[in-house]
Design a binder for this molecule. Structure first.
Ligand SMILES: Nc1ncnc2c1ncn2[C@@H]1O[C@H](COP(=O)(O)OP(=O)(O)OP(=O)(O)O)[C@@H](O)[C@H]1O
Ligand SMILES: [Mg+2]
Length: 275
């Protein structure tokens, strides 16, 4: 059974009598333990799509299944419970400014009624995992962007979710900090065996960390598959454009090592060759 299954999902927004189709007939599946990327230009519908996975956005048409459960069939209460299995991190970190680091990480546990001492012990474990033990009592305003995102990751993991949704988790960060956060996500993926869905507009994030990718363009899914295969032989204009955004060295010569390791490199007629 797939961890996430989206079937014929469409989402329309109506503003001032005008209807905008943000997502059109999207179907995709994410298997257990995958790191799955969703990439597209600004306004393509990526955030709307990821917010549909925890039903913060309710589909206009189609269904979303998480572990085989149709989220549309759940009551509000059941949905809140289900959401605990789905952690989420955001581009702007979304930390509570008036709470310190440990207070932020404990927050999702407190609202589910976990005892304070138990919540603190769990938060300290997570602080070790994200390498921020020394910042327990710092406030968000005293942290760098990378540190804030580490706190947000720890908070997202507090309820022991089996799925982690990352919406542009690194786009506010410089390249070096981006690399460090992606390495942390890889480590979490390995240690916890969690399924990760990453939304990004940067192809470099996809090639660095994802095994599978879906390309969204104008609310439609235009291409989906193994990262290595799409990189080697993109079929859509959107994929070609995204690949062309990569640094020339990677694009012209060879795919990143991480992609090569995961996929035996192929080259054949009509495919891009990397020598
Ligand atoms: N609540 C809303 N009401 C009306 N329109 C919306 C709403 N949310 C999103 N949209 C529209 O839906 C389209 C897709 O938006 P979305 O935020 O999903 O794009 P995105 O791919 O995440 O873009 P970005 O890369 O800039 O974050 C946009 O045209 C946006 O204006
Ligand atoms: Mg977005």
């Amino acid at each position: 059974m797939s961890v996430i299954e989206i079937r014929h999902l469409s989402k329309r927004f109506t503003v001032d009598g005008h209807t905008l189709e943000a997502l059109r007939d999207i179907s995709l599946t994410v298997e257990k333990g995958e790191i799955y990327g969703i990439i597209g230009m600004s306004g393509a519908g990526k955030s709307t799509l990821v917010r549909s996975v925890n039903y913060l956005e309710k589909p206009s048409d189609g269904i979303v299944l998480v572990d085989g459960v149709d989220l549309g069939s759940l009551t509000e209460r059941e949905l809140r419970k289900k959401r605990r299995e789905i952690g989420m991190i955001f581009q702007n970190f979304n930390l509570l400014e008036q709470r310190n680091v440990i207070g932020n990480i404990c927050f999702p546990l407190e609202i589910t009624g976990v005892k304070k001492k138990v919540a603190r012990d769990r938060a300290r474990e997570l602080l070790r995992l994200v390498n921020l033990e020394d910042k327990e009592t710092a406030y968000p305003s005293q942290l760098s962007g990378g540190q804030k995102q580490r706190v947000a990751i720890a908070r997202a993991l507090a309820t022991e979710p089996r799925i982690l949704l990352c919406d542009e988790a690194t786009s506010a960060l410089d390249p070096q900090t981006t690399k460090a956060i992606l390495d942390l996500l890889k480590e979490i993926h390995e240690k916890l065996g969690i399924t990760i869905l990453i939304i990004t507009h940067q192809m470099s994030v996809v090639t660095e960390i994802c095994q599978k990718v879906a390309i969204i363009d104008g609310g439609r899914l235009v291409e989906e598959g193994d990262v290595g295969e799409i990189f080697a032989s993109p079929r859509s204009d959107a994929a070609r454009e995204l690949i062309s955004s990569l640094p020339e060295g990677i694009r012209k010569n060879r795919p990143p090592e991480s992609v090569q390791k995961r996929y035996p490199w192929k080259s054949g007629p009509g495919e891009v060759k990397y020598e």
